[in-house]
Design a protein around this ligand. Structure first.
Ligand SMILES: CC(C)(COP(=O)(O)OP(=O)(O)OC[C@H]1O[C@@H](n2cnc3c(N)ncnc32)[C@H](O)[C@@H]1OP(=O)(O)O)[C@@H](O)C(=O)NCCC(=O)NCCS
Length: 151
């Protein structure tokens, strides 16, 4: 039995078998961070991550993906709540559920990157980097918009 939390008619579940790839790909492919991403890449990323679906009844209305070794580190990404359900506290609840997942306790570090949703993540304990100079990255924005990676 995978981790699950229920509130009213809503559910957060870490059961990847419940995920609706159409909903996830449809959202991510028009998101500001993964515009143009293909269905196949979304499916592969889900297979290799710990993913959380947010559901109203059987309908998926939100998503969060955690790339992790389940021991020391986690990178939180691809978080969304469908426009029809935003600003009702569901994004906050989804984040609370992710952070409470038994498989993700005792990690040394969590990371994420966001353009404008800092307030959401501050609610569950994230802070700006205290020493950004210690971090380095390889960043390829727009990679999914190129034809070669669109398959
Ligand atoms: C960000 C998102 C998941 C929040 O979901 P939600 O269900 O609307 O969130 P909540 O109703 O729980 O609100 C959470 C808080 O975050 C803030 N917030 C939500 N979306 C925000 C945004 N796009 N920019 C800035 N602040 C935002 C809200 O002001 C709220 O704080 P408040 O209640 O103190 O005012 C949702 O708005 C979304 O899917 N946005 C588009 C995709 C996106 O930007 N994802 C995050 C990528 S890092």
């Amino acid at each position: 039995m995978r981790y699950e939390a229920i509130r009213g008619g809503f559910c957060v579940s870490a059961d990847s078998a419940r995920l609706d790839l159409d909903v996830i790909h449809s959202y991510l492919s028009r998101s500001y961070w993964a515009e143009g991403i293909s269905r196949e890449i979304v499916a592969r990323s889900i297979r290799n991550s710990l993913c959380f679906g947010l559901y109203e009844g059987v309908q998926q209305i939100g998503f969060a993906r955690v790339i992790t070794d389940r021991t020391s580190f986690a990178y939180l990404c691809d978080v969304f709540v469908l426009e029809t359900h935003q600003k009702q506290g569901l994004g906050t609840w989804l984040m609370e559920c992710v952070m409470a997942c038994p498989e993700l306790q005792g990690l040394r570090r969590w990371l994420l990157a966001t353009r404008d949703a800092q307030k959401l993540y501050e609610k569950v304990g994230f802070t700006p980097l205290t020493d950004p100079g210690r971090f380095m990255h390889v960043h390829r924005p727009g990679i999914y918009k190129s034809r070669e990676s669109a398959t």
